[in-house]
Design a protein around this ligand. Structure first.
Ligand SMILES: Cc1ncc(COP(=O)(O)O)c(C=O)c1O
Length: 387
């Protein structure tokens, strides 16, 4: 057999799947590892897709997406993200993951460096590996999980082409202040870097608002958005990219080779999502905020160290007192307490000693899960002292 591409063979799989697959085999487990909304897609969005199907809107669309949907996405980027883009800068993608991949492919050549958050969404490192790029992790350290711009500058070498940022962050929930975003945009200009900004949690912010780097560096920022989190539409596969009109048409050119166009009924559902009643978006965000507050209070009472997330729907919990590394702790916890969480190192080396909990579970499950985590940390710590 001829050889396979070694870059693809070097692409790591997801550390989340590992825990998930084990949890599937335990029907009584409390599932706090899953990173997807616990809500159904709002009814008016589902109805729009059904109507599209009934009306026979089941065909190829322009690769960049239905014109009305691109316009609605442009309007949303203006309204929510405060960035003015011509419609030629906006394209629809089958989820944010597709947009990220096209962006990295278009902005880089093999061998070039990409600055990646650590801990960060694991797919960044996988995409970088698959494309033959060089990952340059930059640390997000507790309690704020926002990197120092000076440290970013030190890590960027002459062959670094892209700074990837993700705020609100998965897995930390961090949301930096606007002056930090401005400083990073300035740094990108000084070092002639592209900024790939993953903003899929832009509407899941509990205090204040997230600031897009495109506000300060519109020409060099490629921002990636999704319907998955905001509208509880993970399975519909719909996202979009907003960038300079000098960049987006090249992403569209690549998309022609890969998916040609996003499923048409999904795009009509997306149009209903962006132009319809936004009450469900507010209600889901408020529910995540309540769960976050409950989780923080429960963890405090139980004596666990946590870091207050300002956005997204995750919580990082320090389990280092257990004496186990985070992966061993997650496996031990699942086995003995029937609670599934993701080890911090599934998101990069800087995640050591931490586990990620998802707030996409019921309040009762979150509170009980945290109590069991605390119990397990205590009993392992006691064993450690006794040893
Ligand atoms: C930070 C981050 N970016 C992108 C995605 C992918 O989103 P989509 O479903 O739109 O591909 C996720 C999904 O978990 C995510 O957490």
């Amino acid at each position: 057999m001829p050889e396979l591409n070694p870059d693809v063979l070097a692409t790591p799989g997801s550390g989340i799947r590992d825990i998930m697959n084990r949890a599937f085999a335990m029907p009584d487990a409390i599932r706090l590892e899953v990173g997807e909304p616990s809500f159904p897609t709002p009814e008016h969005i589902r109805r729009a897709a059904l109507e599209a199907l009934e009306a026979g809107r089941t065909r190829y669309t322009p690769t960049a997406g239905l014109p009305a949907l691109r316009e609605a996405a442009r309007d949303k980027v203006r309204r929510i993200n405060g960035v003015e883009r011509p419609v030629e800068g906006v394209m629809m993608t089958p989820g944010a993951g597709g947009g990220l991949y096209l962006a990295l492919r278009t902005l880089t050549r093999p061998g070039e460096g990409v600055l990646l958050p650590d801990p960060g969404w694991a797919n960044y490192a996988s995409a970088v590996a698959a494309l033959g790029l060089r990952a340059i992790p930059y640390p997000l350290r507790p309690p704020a999980f926002v990197p120092d711009p000076g440290e970013l500058a030190r890590r960027a070498d002459a062959a670094t082409r892209v700074l990837l940022v993700n705020f609100p962050s998965n897995p930390t929930g961090a949301v930096p202040e606007a002056d930090w975003v401005e400083a990073v945009a300035k740094l990108a200009a000084e070092r002639d870097l592209w900024i790939v900004s993953d903003e899929v949690y832009d509407q899941l912010v509990f205090e204040g608002a997230a600031t897009s780097p495109a506000r300060f560096a519109p020409d060099r920022t490629v921002a990636v958005y999704s319907f998955s989190k905001t509208y509880a539409m993970t399975g519909w596969r719909l996202g979009y990219v907003a960038a300079s009109p000098a960049v987006t048409p090249w992403l569209v050119r690549l998309a022609e080779q890969v998916w040609q166009s996003v499923a048409e009924p999904t795009q009509w559902a997306g149009l209903a999502a962006l132009t319809g009643d936004q009450a469900a978006v507010d209600a889901m965000r408020d529910a995540y905020r309540r769960r976050r507050d409950l989780a923080l209070a429960t963890a405090r009472e139980a004596g666990l160290t946590t870091y207050r997330p300002r956005g997204a729907f995750y919580l990082m919990v320090d389990v280092s007192a257990s004496g186990l590394d985070d992966r061993a702790f997650a496996l031990d916890l699942l086995e003995n307490e029937r609670v599934a969480v993701v080890p911090g190192t599934a998101f990069g080396a800087e995640g050591r000693g931490l586990v990620r909990l998802s707030l996409a579970a019921s309040e009762a499950e979150i509170a009980e899960g945290i109590r069991r985590i605390a119990r397990r940390v205590r009993s392992r710590a006691a064993e450690l002292r006794g040893a």
